[in-house]
Design a protein around this ligand. Sequence first.
Ligand SMILES: [Zn+2]
Length: 339
Amino acid sequence: MPVTLALCKQRLPLPELLARLGLFDAPPRSGNHPCPIHSERNGSAFSMQHTRGVWLWICHGKCAAGGDEISFLEHFGSLSRRNAIHRYQELCGFSPRNGFHPNPIATHRKPAATQVPHPMIDFPNPLTAGSFSDCEQVANLRSVPTSTITAMSKEGLLAFGNVCGLPSWLVLDGSRKLAEARRMDGERYPCAKSLGERKTHTLRGSQKNWPLGLREGTAPILLVEGSGDFVAAHYFCSFTKRSATPWQPVAMLGASVKTLHPDAIPLLSGRRVRIVPHADEAGAKAGLQWAKLLGSLQCQVDGFDLSRLTKNDGSPVSDLNDCTTLLPGQEPELTQLFL
Ligand SMILES: [Zn+2]
């Protein structure tokens, strides 16, 4: 059954589309607003109008462009018109999966302009599930039991291979949207291509606005920052696996994510999400930003404050990974993480 665009426009008119993409807290009214396409902060270059039953937008500023919902997605996501239509139909709930769209168009999207720099580091070849000793090495690096790492490897959330010629471990998921590598020896990667020295490499094709590990379901989500906390979240959430409410660990691999990947929106809408930000200023800022994005998707959002916890060496906890080496006696505080 062909899905007419008119039906889509009824279901998800421009103001709702903008809110659904997390670009506005609530569906914006007609009139002038900061342009979400060229990430305008305080301006009003983006004008919206509802005339004769149709929504139209125009950016009088940098974009110098305008049109309907589909052309918005074309400009916002750097999509071809064909892919923008497909994306719009998906956002309206007509996806290949639910049978409304029997001939899905391959969606190889260019990342949106906000996602630069484009990752240039290639995936390892071969990419393996790793030996027991590989898993043990990562477990020691992250201060978690080896069983956490082997379980993640089995689930396809962790893999091994050479990145920039160096033995590395990767976090990834079945979505093929995001993968990040770290060195097996815990050292930093040397300069490569135009990139400086760094602790992690985001691999080619990655889109940082994808919440890593996000799956369909109703389990409450434990949302953390970075690959280290992703591993720690798996360790802590594993205790809830057999309970009535098993938690699903999900990570944002970057504090500066301002919009969510469109494919994440239907999977997140209405879910319960507990954010565990890093206990520093940048972490708190990121946590608030994500809470805002999730709030616009009708998620039930709350946060867990790590700053009152202390490590067993007496230093303050700065992230969830630090909680794997807590000062004895503080464990009861941490059990509140899953209440
Ligand atoms: Zn603009």
